[in-house]
Design a protein around this ligand. Structure first.
Ligand code: GLC
Length: 753
């Protein structure tokens, strides 16, 4: 690499870094969001006064959420929602946005109804509103909490500019089964990291003042344990112990409550035999009593009605009664509250006090949003015209997407590609596909504005030096395009092959029974690799895939996920070294489907995995993941030395420090995510072989060294003991520090309170 090239890279790297840094230091990053609680007596007394005036039907109307017909995110639609609003039967509308449309619907509520209670407007702003960011599982791979929070700040800025004030985000479902299509929507397999990211998302959306015109109320979903669906089949049964529920799946939700999240959404699945939407243990016992949550709970799409096919109730009326009695405050789309709840109250099957509590929670959020002061506050044409796709948003999206990508393999420094490469063949069905760049759950994102990989590479090199062939489709067995692709590859100096899944192959109701690269794309890769040309595989997918063959044969593999509006520029920035990849997996990639579920923080068992016969292992595959949790390569190399611990013993109210020297031993500046794991060697219940407890993302120039220090206190060691109490137990511990969950150095210490 000649000096000027390196200099250019460093300059570009610095530019991208400055974007990230500058934006992450911006004024958006306020203190933690306020907790939604009744300290604000002014609001509470206003609610009291309003409740006094409301009829039972008007109260039930506030407990109802209907979709508009602007988007379809579930199995049913209803045409009469305008009339329902006018009849005072609607508290909120979702899937409706834009200043004009929101103003139109809001005016029905605040000008034509008796009490003129304003509507909330909700939407699935899952990874950006108009400017689409990488899908959430990709964002998690940045391990950059400030950037994640900032992306939600931008999403909230754009969404509120189009009339919205409620987002059905963050999705905080821990997931360990790549067959499940919604694994793309969360933060992966680890509870601690999912909790950290959940807080960043809530703070990003809610800021420190819900009454501001650029903040919106967030929604922790899907409560609870939706990611544990049996066999990764969406909506399927969840059967976990109370211990696993509380230790693995609930902490991210609790983190949302502590961050002041305003709403929760129930999940479709049952938990321990009772659908979450009718589960009093989850909703009243844990969420509203133990955690003292005083926002409101909305169901998922028609999930009240779906308790009939679940077989927990005989009909819709019973379903409505079970939901309210269990602690549901708002019914999304089934209309069952409007149809039956008044009758149920009159029959004494539902208490009016529960109705009043639900309405109080809903009105509290509306008042904290400032909607009673100005129902049209989110209908500002000037904001809509100036903030959507703002250049700063697009610049951040490009840098954020580059940071989310993971270098899985880079044999013989195949990457970065030189900008002096005379001809690059860009091949593959996803290389020029605008629609797939923004991934699933991209809501109001306009895929026509997305940049394809082909466009991104053409923006880096003179067009005549970039040639393209599709080669094949994502799915199907048509190989008729192979010859053209192979011919092009033979005539080129390097190949960039962009393959993976379509955006429809992940997301909701998109489970796959296979996790291979679909269709004949792998066969196309075989044909191209057989030419002997350097082939860089760029993957676009919504889940971990079985990459065993590609890992064995492709010289370089970049996991790009679905990178969003600026996809092509971000991929090109990484491929040509203008950004040194720093992403780290937050979900294990298995060697094959048979290994699933496979995750890093597993239990040791009584016959731990080893080459010995009588041990817990498969005979036909190496018993480690292909790529472990926390894994990701860089264009440079990092060396870890001198792991130290400040004391071999930890006592109560004390902190010990673990430090390690990290050196950039390569030729390029880059980021490294230094990870800290802890193992409790003996507990009153069995403990995982390691658990992520902290991490630091650092940046080092070539040759530079940093001493990274972590603090360990008794709180770090807490878990659910045998008597189901959160506590740290005395004994021996091992602390691991390293570049991924499988590559660490360790040192032991003991904790004696
Ligand atoms: C969907 C999803 C949920 C989404 C809701 C509204 O079915 O499960 O995540 O927020 O409906 O679109």
């Amino acid at each position: 690499m000649d000096a000027s090239f390196t200099k250019n890279i460093l300059t570009m790297n610095k530019k991208i870094l400055l974007i990230l840094l500058a934006l992450s230091m911006s004024s958006f990053h306020q203190v933690a969001a306020q907790k939604i609680n009744d300290d604000n007596t002014a609001i509470e007394s206003k609610i009291d006064a309003l409740l006094q005036q409301m009829t039972l039907e008007e109260k039930i109307g506030q407990m109802t959420l209907y979709t508009s017909d602007w988007d379809v995110t579930g199995p049913t639609m209803r045409s009469g929602y305008r009339k329902d609003i006018e009849a005072g039967k609607v508290g909120a509308i979702f899937n409706a946005y834009s200043v004009d449309y929101v103003r139109e619907l809001q005016s029905i509520a605040v000008e034509n109804t008796r009490l003129k209670i304003p509507l909330m407007f909700g939407y699935d702003v899952i990874h950006g509103h108009r400017t689409i960011f990488p899908m959430p599982l990709a964002q998690a791979a940045t391990w950059n909490m400030e950037a994640i929070e900032h992306s939600e700040r931008i999403a909230a800025t754009e969404a509120t500019a189009e009339g919205l004030n409620w987002t059905f985000t963050p999705m905080v479902d821990v997931a360990r089964d790549p067959r499940w299509g919604r694994i793309m929507e969360g933060a992966g397999e680890d509870t601690y990291l999912t909790s950290r990211i959940a807080v960043a998302r809530v703070k990003g959306f809610q800021g420190d003042n819900l009454a501001a015109d650029n903040t919106m109320v967030a929604c922790a979903k899907h409560y609870a344990a939706y990611g544990a669906a049996l066999a990764g089949r969406d909506y399927n049964t969840v059967d976990v112990s109370d211990r696993v529920l509380r230790e693995t799946y609930l902490p991210p939700f609790k983190a949302c409550v502590d961050a002041g999240v305003g709403t929760f959404m129930t999940s479709f699945n049952e938990v321990d035999g009772i659908p979450a939407t009718g589960n009093e243990y989850l909703l009243r016992e844990i969420l509203k009593k133990e955690w003292d949550f005083d926002g409101f709970v909305v169901t998922d799409y028609t999930s009240i009605a779906e308790m009939v096919p679940h077989g927990i109730v005989a009909d819709n009326k019973e379903a409505g009664e079970l939901a309210v009695n269990a602690g549901v405050d708002m019914d999304m789309q089934s209309g069952i509250f409007n149809d039956y709840l008044a009758q149920s109250v009159k029959e004494g099957k539902v208490k009016i006090s529960d109705i009043d509590d639900a309405v109080r929670r809903i009105l509290r959020i509306k008042m904290m949003l400032g909607l009673f002061d100005d129902p049209y506050k989110y209908c500002d044409k000037q904001r809509q015209d100036t903030l959507i796709y703002h250049p700063e948003h697009l610049a951040f999206a490009r840098a954020f997407a580059a940071e989310s990508m993971i270098l899985l393999k880079n044999q013989n420094q195949t990457l970065p590609l030189s900008k002096q490469t005379s001809t690059i063949a860009v091949i593959g069905p996803l290389a020029d596909s605008k629609k797939d760049m923004i991934g699933a759950w991209s809501a109001a994102g306009d895929f026509n504005k997305s940049v394809t990989v082909l466009e991104g590479i053409k923006a880096k090199l003179p067009t005549q030096r970039v040639v393209f062939a599709r080669g094949c489709e994502v799915d199907g067995d048509d190989r008729s395009g192979f010859d053209e692709a192979v011919t092009l590859a033979r005539r080129s100096d390097a190949v960039v092959l962009v393959i993976g899944e379509t955006k429809e192959m992940s997301g909701e109701a998109a489970s796959r029974s296979e996790i291979t690269v679909p269709g004949v794309q792998q066969q196309l890769a075989e044909a191209l690799i057989a030419t002997g040309k350097p082939v860089v595989v760029v993957l676009m997918n919504g889940r971990p895939l079985d990459l065993s063959w590609l890992d064995a044969h492709a010289p370089a593999i970049l996991e790009a996920w679905f990178p969003g509006t600026q996809a092509g520029h971000a991929v090109a920035d990484v491929l040509f070294g203008d950004y040194n990849p720093s992403g780290k997996l937050t979900v294990s990639f298995p060697r094959n489907l048979g290994q699933v579920p496979i995750f890093y923080n597993n239990k040791n068992t009584g016959r731990p995995m080893s080459a010995d016969k009588y041990t817990s292992k498969y005979l036909d595959v190496a018993n480690t993941p292909l790529y472990p949790f926390g894994y990701g390569l860089s264009y440079t190399t990092f060396q870890y030395d001198n792991l130290k611990i400040s004391s071999p013993t930890l006592t109560n109210n004390q902190k010990i420090e673990v430090s390690v020297e990290v050196t950039n031993t390569g030729k390029m500046a880059g980021h490294e995510v230094v990870q800290l794991y802890v193992r409790d060697l003996v507990g009153s219940v069995t403990r995982p072989v390691k658990e992520l407890k902290d991490f630091r993302k650092i940046y080092l120039e070539p040759g530079a060294q940093s001493v990274v220090t972590f603090g360990i206190t008794p709180a770090t060691l807490r878990f659910l003991t045998r008597d189901m109490q959160w506590a740290a137990e005395p004994g021996e511990f091992e602390v691991f520090v390293g570049t991924d969950s499988g590559t660490t150095q360790s040192v032991r210490f003991s904790y004696s309170p």
